[in-house]
Design a protein around this ligand. Sequence first.
Ligand code: P6P
Length: 337
Amino acid sequence: MAQTGTTLTQYLAEQSRSRDDLGSDFLGLMGDVATACKRLSDLVRRGELAGVLGAAGQENVQGEEQKKLDIIANEVFIESMESSGHLAGIASEEMDEHYPIPEQYSRGRYLLAFDPLDGSSNIDVNGSTGTIFSITRHDSAQAPKDSDFLQRGRSQVCAGYCLYSSASMLILTIGDGVVGFTLESSIGEFILSHPNMTVPKATSEYAINSAYTRHWLAPEKRYIEECNQGDTGPRGRNFNMRWAGSMVGDIHRILCRGGVFLYPMDAKLQAAGKSGKLRLMYEANPMGWLMEQAGGMAHTGTESILDIEPSDLHQRVPVIMGSSEEVQRVIDYHKEA
Ligand code: P6P
């Protein structure tokens, strides 16, 4: 009989047998995450034909121009997740405060923080986009407050993303390494395709938006200049640069073949009183845990991302993550600065 492969549901059921902290509630929750990702994958894949491209004509709570699909993605996720009784609350990049589970539905013991459509500036040009999600526990029967979401990255129960690109792929960790599933659209199932994703310790590829070179601080300026000097400089080898314009696209490439992703603090962000560009709760923490689980590192330049005590639902942090040798080098340059 033709082998379909292991589905996400089968994989998680198998894992939960050896993990009494991951019961049927968790399996149900992940089923809803997969459903939401499948719905979004279909909308992204159909693009203009689904009438979902273009600007929404409004800004989000971050003051950023929203795309139609930013709003639709947020609604699709909430609609897929709110009624099953697994979640106590939902926090999203697109909503100022967290979304309480409506009275008519029962509340569960998990919290979901997510970026519905990361890299949405790519959507109108058919570039890679993705949904990033972070699941933590809410061990209380009380309705959560915003502050209940403010848990360190190390306390996540599950973290992952769904990448909408040439294939739609769901990549996640539950603390036992990183696994990847590819959407088999003919049967609407995520099939296990990457059972053990690891980040090579060494790399010759970096990802940073070089348009901000004049704003970089000394450690990043030194690191990138040395990479660009290639085999004529102190690194003694040539480097390559990739910048996907979506964190999900860059992080996925790094999980597949190594690399270092940098969205560091810079003079422009400092002048604007910002503590970084990317958000801790639903970008840096989930991606940081994936990186560490895959054998990489996730750092701000001065502290490990997963150790940060969050202070705000939408707080921003500097991000340097990927192949450990390169992240460590940038950390060392921060120490020397
Ligand atoms: P820039 C997308 O808006 C995002 O949050 C990340 O997905 C991406 O890596 C970064 O910002 C791109 O930022 O400044 O290059 O447009």
